[in-house]
Ligand binder design. Structure first.
Ligand SMILES: *[C@@H]1O[C@H](CO)[C@@H](O)[C@H](O)[C@H]1NC(C)=O
Ligand SMILES: *[C@@H]1O[C@H](CO)[C@@H](O)[C@H](O)[C@H]1NC(C)=O
Ligand SMILES: *[C@@H]1O[C@H](CO)[C@@H](O)[C@H](O)[C@H]1NC(C)=O
Ligand SMILES: *[C@@H]1O[C@H](CO)[C@@H](O)[C@H](O)[C@H]1NC(C)=O
Length: 614
């Protein structure tokens, strides 16, 4: 291990303990996203606020689905704040939801898939989260907690009570194998037997359940947190074989989503937006994506139909949002309640020639809606310019409800008030990056080419700051990607591909060459891929312990060139493609192989070679 001992030990200890720094009073204090003052006592609410959280499934930002939801616009976008740079850190349901409900990245939860052995409800249980996650913490803080809809995958008609999900005052969960059966769902209320709703529309049943839980919450007279998690606009799925769901993807049948009868006629002329990356003439992306054939017109027509079915299926969600807002108003609670809207991950249809699906690191799959309305939240405000992730949501809810942050949160509270957001945005230390990670396979969810594609394991950074807007990835076959998303929002021109004729663009971080930029991003990714708590919140501090670098812009100063471009420095790489978080496959880590700036730097400047110095 080539690393200077004292620092290595210190870093290792920090990483192992994953602890946040105690503040002067001995309380653990969350490190900021973000510079800027924390919430002052004068800002505390008179009454304890409530939260109603609508969590959709697979809803995009970039296929414009929100443009087709007039009631979300009326009640949430026009009355609240839209966080434009919000990212799912793992672009598939279960890992993303576990991140959301723990405030930890998937590399720390090790729930990395939708089904066992690497994921699903059984993995959530075996990782010990059932009595140590968000709803449990909220109850401990005096909140009543309610949930209806899909919680996790592989939460089934067989395992729903062994044990039941912890932490809910009232619940009515969708269960596998009928979770995604729009017209034959199975729900399971509190501890009771599952009930099948053959022939009824899933989102409408869910809406009635959500309204019922809201009434219960109001009657109970305590502050509450209510989640409504409909399946729309996820594909319709029929699972044959084991009622537990199946590891065998071939017994799971995906088709386009199903709208409610009353919405079937809508949007006859709509098509997937024909952006530059839609079914492009030339292959794009990396690894298996670059091998995809261009789609023929039959396939494209089906995918447009799939798209319309998504928009139609979202109409019942739109009505659900209005139903919840109206009932809050009727109860006199609208002014005391945060209404939050998001999705577990995004979705692509046809971009990079992909069949309908998710699980990629591209913008369509990772950039997700986050809309908040509520006490002190600006109406009609679009919050752009600070990058936030699903790991920040649990810390954000804690902050909104005035519950002290947990030391083990990987994320940190998003400043939801406009003034604070703007303050952070203008501060030099705002967060620029989202760490993105994925393990396992990808699959098409339409009727064409739906074979699972293995080796869809990668780590990536989505970073956007003043003057740059980038995506960097390392795949498990060690292919690399770098896109300048200012000039190439569709991620079509990989600046690191061996066939790329362009090595830089004027807007690529002030025209720096791609390899120079990539060297910095790789070091950041090396820290992020195993970060915990404060090292996730302040990853540049690991590399530059003196605090001199807080952003990519800082790191690009020429005086750091020798350091970042040192050929012997540890890089993000894989030894092989694994379907889960298998340590052997994951190559060097920052803790074991990284070296902070300052160690050996002077020697390197003086011409020493790194391996001689160690
Ligand atoms: C994550 O879980 C898998 C499956 O249980 C296990 O094989 C793997 O070793 C775990 N990874 C880590 C880093 O603990
Ligand atoms: C389903 O899971 C339950 C609980 O984990 C187990 O007891 C049962 O045997 C499983 N059933 C099948 C058919 O795999
Ligand atoms: C609906 O689901 C139930 C089980 O929950 C099953 O018994 C029934 O056959 C299903 N109906 C259809 C039409 O698939
Ligand atoms: C179009 O592509 C699909 C998916 O690859 C294929 O199944 C179908 O046969 C093709 N149709 C035509 C007319 O080529």
């Amino acid at each position: 291990m080539r690393i200077a001992a004292p620092t290595a030990l210190l870093l290792l200890l920090q990483a192992v303990s994953g602890a946040a720094t105690p503040d002067r009073d001995g309380d653990t204090q969350q490190l900021p996203l973000i510079a800027g003052p924390s919430r002052g006592p004068q800002q505390q609410q008179q009454r304890q606020p409530n939260v109603v959280f609508i969590l959709t499934d697979d809803q995009d930002v970039h296929l414009s689905s929100l443009d087709y939801m007039p009631l979300v616009k009326k009640h949430l976008l026009d009355q609240g704040t839209n966080f434009k740079k919000h990212y799912a850190t793992t672009a598939v349901c279960c890992p993303s939801r576990v991140t959301l409900w723990t405030g930890k990245f998937a590399h720390n939860t090790n729930v990395t898939d939708v089904m066992p052995p690497y994921g699903g409800y059984p993995k959530f249980l075996s990782q010990g989260y059932n009595d140590n996650y968000f709803p449990v913490w909220l109850q401990e803080a005096g909140y009543n907690t309610y949930y209806t809809g899909k919680l996790f995958n592989a939460h089934t008609v067989e395992n729903y009570n062994s044990p039941p999900p912890g932490g809910f005052t009232g619940s009515d969960f969708l269960l596998d194998p009928h979770t995604y059966d729009y017209l034959n769902s199975t729900f399971q209320r509190n501890g009771q037997e599952p009930r099948s709703y053959e022939g009824q529309y899933s989102t409408d049943i869910l809406a009635e359940k959500a309204y019922g839980l809201l009434d219960e919450a109001v009657d109970a007279g305590k502050p509450f947190f209510l989640v409504a998690a409909p399946i729309a606009p996820h594909a319709n799925v029929v699972m044959k074989g084991s009622p537990n769901g199946s590891n065998d993807i071939h017994s799971v049948y995906f088709t386009e989503p199903v709208p409610a009868e009353r919405h079937k006629h809508l949007f006859k002329d709509e098509k997937v937006p024909r952006t530059a990356n839609f079914n492009p003439e030339k292959p794009s992306g990396a690894n298996w994506i670059r091998e995809l054939p261009q789609q023929n017109s039959t396939n494209v027509e089906y995918n447009d139909h799939f798209y319309r079915q998504r928009l139609r299926a979202l109409q019942a969600v739109d009505e659900l949002v209005e139903g919840l807002v109206e009932r809050l108003e009727k109860h006199g609670l609208l002014e005391d309640t945060y209404v939050v809207y998001s999705s577990d991950n995004g979705f692509h249809i046809g971009q990079h020639r992909l069949q309908p699906g998710k699980s990629c690191g591209y913008e369509e799959d990772v950039n997700v809606p986050l809309i908040v309305r509520g006490p002190g939240v600006a109406a009609g405000y679009v919050a752009d310019g600070v990058t936030t992730t699903h790991a920040d949501l649990a810390p954000t809810f804690f902050d909104l409800l005035d519950i002290p942050a947990r030391a083990d949160f990987d994320g940190s509270a998003i400043p939801v008030e406009k003034e604070k957001f703007e303050e952070v945005k203008l501060a030099g230390r705002r967060r620029e990056h989202a760490g993105i990670e994925y393990w396992g396979f990808a699959m098409g969810e339409g009727i064409y080419n739906r074979n699972p594609l293995e080796h869809n394991t990668y780590k990536a950074i989505r970073l956007s700051g003043l003057g740059y807007n980038l995506y960097y990835s390392v795949w498990c076959n060690n292919e690399h990607e770098l896109y300048d998303m200012n000039t190439d929002p569709g991620q079509l021109h990989n600046l690191l591909s061996s066939s790329s004729t362009i090595q830089s663009t004027p807007s690529l971080a002030a025209g720096h060459p791609a390899d120079k930029v990539a060297a910095r991003l790789d070091a950041l990714l090396l820290v992020l891929k195993t970060c915990a708590a404060e090292t996730c919140q302040q990853p540049w501090r690991q590399i530059h312990p003196d605090g001199s670098v807080e952003s990519l812009e800082d790191a690009l100063e020429p005086r750091y060139d020798t350091y970042y471009e040192d050929k012997h420095a540890a890089r993000v790489e894989y030894s092989y493609c694994a379907n889960g978080f298998i340590e052997d496959a994951e190559g060097p880590t920052w803790q074991a192989n990284g070296r902070p700036f300052g160690y050996g730097y002077e020697e390197l400047r003086a011409g020493a070679r790194w391996e001689d110095w160690v």
